[in-house]
Each structure stands twice: as C-alpha cells, then as structure tokens.
Design a protein around this ligand. Structure first.
Ligand SMILES: C[S@@+](CC[C@H](N)C(=O)[O-])C[C@H]1O[C@@H](n2cnc3c(N)ncnc32)[C@H](O)[C@@H]1O
Length: 450
C-alpha cells in the first residue's frame, strides 16, 4: 500500500547514520574550502524525512546546547521517536508529524543545517521540490544542506533488479513486506540458476547476495517506492541551484580530494573542471558510485583555508590501538601511518585531545608547520582523528557505581547497551566530546553491561 508518493504500510528500519553528524558535515565542507556553520556553540539542525530519528536522537544527546528538528509523515515513525525522546529527557529534540508538501516553512525556526537522507531518490518530484524548498526557506544565509541519493553510473547496471522485483510481484495480494520477501526470493532463484544477467553484471550478483541478508523493511523502502529514481550529479546540482543552494562538495570529505580518489592521469584530466559537473562525473565513474552525499550552501559560499579552519578546534580520537594507526582503505587507495610524525600524533591524541596551540609542542620537533597541517588533514580524512566539540575528558561519559564498577552516564547510552548488545551488529555510544556516537567494541560493551 502507498500514499500517492510513498510506501506507507510498512515502517522503515531504524539506523544511525554517522555521516549526518554536524561535525562530519562541517569537516567535509571546510576541507572543500567553504566556511561551514559553527558547531561548538548553539545551532539548529533539521532532518526532513527523519524516519525513526535515530541519528537526530544521538546528536541531540551528544550536543545538548543545540536544537534538533525532525519531520516525517509516517505517524508510527514519529511516535516511536517521540517515545525514546521522552525517556531520554531530550528537551532539545523536536519531532513533527507532517507531509513536506503541506508543511509551511514558517512553522520551523531558522536553521543552520538541513539534511535530506534517504529521501531524494525515493519520493516523487513534488516531494523532492517541497523538501529543497523547505530547506532553502528555513536555512539562514550560509547554512548547509546535505542531500543523499542513488547515483549514476553505479545504478545503471543495478536498476534492472528493481524493475524485476516490481514486475514479478505486481498484483500479488498481501502487504508490501510480503511482496518484498517474494521479490528477493525470485532474484535469488535467478542468480542461483544461472541467469546470464548476473554473470555480465557482477555488481548485481553481489547486491542480490546482500539483499538476501537484509531486513525486509529496508528492502520495501529502498525498492518499492513508486517514484524511485537515480540521478546524475549535474541534475541534483541544477535542482539545488534553482532554490539558491550552491554545491560545495561531497561527503565523506576525501571524495573532494583528487589525489585520494583518482589515478594520476585522471587527476591531470580533471584539473580544468575543478568544482564542476564533469569532475564529479569522472569521480563517479572512477569510483563506480551508487550513492552520493552532496553538500550545498545557501547563498554565496564563503571560502576558507582548510588548515586555518582546522587550527580553530581541538583534534582528538575515539579510536584505540590497534585500530588507531591501522591502514585505512578509501575506495582504491590505502592510507598508512608508519612515519614518526603519525606515531607522535596518535600517541598524543590517544591520551587526550590536542588544542591547536599544542600542535607545535607535540609535533614541532618532527615536522614543519605545513607538514603538521598536511598530516593532521590526512589523519582527519582517513578517520583517525576528528575535530572535538566539547569536554575533552572521555570519562565524563561514565558514572561510578557504588559497587566500584562503571556505567554509562546518559540514559540513551544505557538504552543502546540494553537494546543493541544482543540484537544488533553493534552497540552505539554517544560521546559528547565528539558531538556524535561511535561503535563500542563488543568486549567493552560486555564489561559495561556488567
Ligand atoms: C527511506 S526513509 C529514510 C528515513 C531516514 N532519513 C533514515 O535515513 O533512516 C524515507 C522517509 O521519508 C519519509 N517521507 C516520505 N515522503 C514524505 C513526505 N511527503 N513528507 C514527510 N515525510 C516523508 C518516510 O516516511 C520515511 O520515513
């Protein structure tokens, strides 16, 4: 069953999307050379089509000084999110049950960030336009918009899968969940019994293997929406521009760096298309992109020198050895950290976060200022360090129990531990210094669960 634009008889899954963290968005924006909104002081953030608002709930707990707003038109999504919000005592989270096509922008306060995650490719043209219109109207000048969507060319080879799922199950009685189950079975059957399509398109074969293991609620919302579509970057960029939203870069931040996503000959080729559609087309082809996460700024983007921006905040990490300093794969490139400079950096940040005034003391004997900045940027792009927003003491997340053991301080963290330890692949922990959550190593989760 569908509203005229969206499948509504089955609720979506609830999942945390780390890419939506305000801190992540600002890093991608600043490293692309555009000044982002500030996140270490009060700001407002809006999620359009927020589903169960899991990410919003995490951010509201992690950044109690900021305001978070979520809008979704499925009452069961908002009701579930509201129940968690109440129990977590999050006064800074506001959930609105409304259709984006009829919601007036003046029902919302002025925003610094607006995100459309899992919305653009899955709704009708009128909802896409309404969402970008709301984003543009509610944002302040210089505010940041994030839009994720299924992308060209990755989906060109995969789109027939969705066609087959809908065609095989058309007119079948039952719920969309039951149709999704049947559709996955049909695809699996074809793959197993040698349909040549899967031999010619290994990515499609891989996707079917994944689909068999996916939650069917996800399958329904990903594939059964009537207006499902994938887009070229240039189309989404032009759509944003028609609302006064200007493309500034993509997330994750390393995608904006030619040296990290393109071979040397391709880097020379894109030189003449810096920041323009052909560069993105080439990157999407080079990485065989299926899912883009683009950032737009309202009004004229203000440029910033990335290193200058980096030098305005604390740098820290939530990683512990051996993960801190382990090689990191970014698409086709592997980043390694085996120089004394990275050793020294990781040694320092594994103890506590570094204030910019301390960089030189910590690293000055090993490298010049520009080498330190380059190393910090690379460590940030490779996810080894991050910009902290708050208290630098990770122990603030723990409370001593009378038994001498520790427990997690925030209600939300205790709830994650209780509900995710045995039912989810990972347990999340909200960390206020990071302004977001990270995955707790399983052994640590077990100890904390006591
Ligand atoms: C694929 S889900 C993504 C949910 C969430 N952003 C996430 O990533 O987990 C898309 C969401 O958009 C909501 N949605 C679709 N059309 C809408 C509309 N016209 N107005 C408000 N919400 C809408 C759906 O109810 C659904 O929760």
């Amino acid at each position: 069953m569908c509203s005229d634009s969206y499948v509504t008889d089955v609720p979506y899954t609830s999942a945390f999307a780390p890419a939506l963290a305000p801190t992540e968005l600002t890093v991608s924006c600043a490293l692309a050379g555009v000044l982002p909104p500030r996140v270490e002081r009060p700001f407002r953030y809006l999620d359009l089509g927020c589903g169960h608002a899991t990410s919003l709930t995490v951010f509201a707990a992690a950044m109690p000084y900021a305001e978070f707003w979520g809008v979704d038109f499925m009452p069961e999504h908002i009701a579930a999110a509201e129940a968690v919000r109440k129990q977590a005592g999050l006064q800074n989270l506001h959930l609105v049950c409304a259709d984006l096509r009829t919601l007036a922008a003046d029902a919302l306060p002025e925003m610094d960030f607006v995100v459309l995650h899992g919305l653009y490719s899955w709704v009708s043209e009128s909802v896409r336009a309404a969402a970008l219109g709301l984003a543009a109207q509610s944002l302040r000048e210089g505010g940041l918009v994030y839009v994720s969507y299924n992308a060209w060319p990755g989906w060109c080879a995969l789109a027939p899968l969705r066609d087959m799922m809908l065609t095989f199950t058309k007119g079948m009685p039952g719920t969309t969940l039951e149709r999704a189950q049947k559709a996955v079975e049909y695809l699996h059957f074809m793959r197993k019994f040698g349909a040549a399509y899967f031999e010619m398109s290994p990515a499609a074969a891989e996707l079917v293997d994944q689909l068999v293991t996916r939650d069917l609620h996800y399958v329904v919302h990903e594939y059964f929406n009537p207006h499902w579509a994938f887009f070229r970057f240039a189309e989404v960029k032009a759509h944003g521009e028609s609302f006064g939203l200007h493309y500034v870069g993509s997330s994750p931040a390393y995608l904006n760096r030619d040296d990290l996503v393109l071979s040397v000959p391709m880097q020379a080729l894109v030189e003449r298309w810096r920041g323009e559609a052909p560069r993105e087309l080439l990157v999407d082809a080079a990485t065989h992109e299926t899912f883009r996460q683009d950032l737009f700024v309202k009004g004229t983007p203000v440029t910033v020198e990335p290193c200058e921006w980096l030098g305005q905040g604390h740098i820290g990490t939530h990683l512990v050895r051996p993960r801190l300093g382990a090689p990191v794969r970014l698409r086709s490139r592997e980043l390694t950290w085996s120089t004394p400079l990275y050793e020294a950096l990781f040694e320092h940040v594994s103890r506590r976060s570094l204030d910019p005034s301390e960089w030189d003391e910590a690293l000055g004997s090993l490298a010049s200022t520009s080498e330190q900045e380059a190393a910090l940027t690379r460590a940030l792009l490779g996810g080894q360090v991050t910009r902290f927003v708050g208290a630098t003491n990770a122990a603030a997340q723990l409370e001593a129990k009378p038994t001498g053991r520790f427990r997690l301080a925030l209600w939300l963290n205790c709830w994650f531990l209780e509900t995710q330890l045995w039912t989810r692949p990972a347990v999340l922990v909200v960390a206020q210094p990071l302004g977001t959550a990270f995955v707790l190593p399983f052994r640590v989760a077990l100890v904390l669960a006591g």
